[in-house]
Write a protein that binds this ligand. Sequence first.
Ligand code: PAF
Length: 296
Amino acid sequence: MNILVIGPGAIGSLWAIKLQQDGHQVAVFGRQTESHYQCQFGEHSYTFSNRQINDIKHADLILVTVKAWQVTSAFDSLARQIDPDTIMMLMHNGMGTVESIRTLLPTNPIVLATTTHGAFKPAPTQLFHTGQGETFIGAANEQGHRCQFLCDVLQHAFPEVHWHPQIEHALWRKLAVNCVINPLTAIHQCPNGNLAFPRYQAVISRLIAEVGAVMAAENIPVHLEELTTHIDCVITATSENKSSMHQDVYHRRKTEIDFITGYLLSRAKKHGIAVPENEALYHHIRTLEQQWESLI
Ligand code: PAF
């Protein structure tokens, strides 16, 4: 397939490399203006064409791995170049971006994805796969339901990949993980594993109880005990990791808080559910962001 990866950060580059290794024609669209993007992975260096209009026009699949807050602005300029049949696949932390893509690209099949693979890019051209994970994909519009074959394509390139008939269930589960791990590790500037310490257990249970209440109101099947065990498992499995929000706060970059905790708050408001613990974390992160925004 002709595949374009928009946003070759850590996860985007990992998929670009795995798909190229599997024989696909892969190009990227990154921030750097050079016509080629090169990335060292293991023993090898991989080269992709970068920012070429023809790669957009001829893509069978566009994999969008920019941060949630960059999705709309990325498409403002690119949407006109995209063929109406190109499959759009969004893969990022957080929720709430697909609505704008449905409006911008009303005819395109849209697929949403969530992955637990860990990747780390210590330098702009160097990549490490830091944790084996799995990926769920599923339809986000009528046309997206015809794209189940993508599961086999992606599974062949980078297993395990599963088709999820209700992808929003998987996205909410990942949102719950991110609502707990990301703001806490960002505020305390600690690795994920520190959240297993006893001093965090009370706040974590209150956060999970609030997220669970909103999920139930959204008709997402949820069992608090099972969700708690799942989040504990992610904390253990990624114990050495610095979460993405931890890194964003460390580097004084804009975070994904509006699409993680912010999305939860907006759904909670709609259902009239109080989520004070999540609200406090949201305001804490926003206050940090505003401190460095005001310095620019
Ligand atoms: O955002 C992240 O860093 C990841 O989604 C997760 C699962 C919290 C692991 O660090």
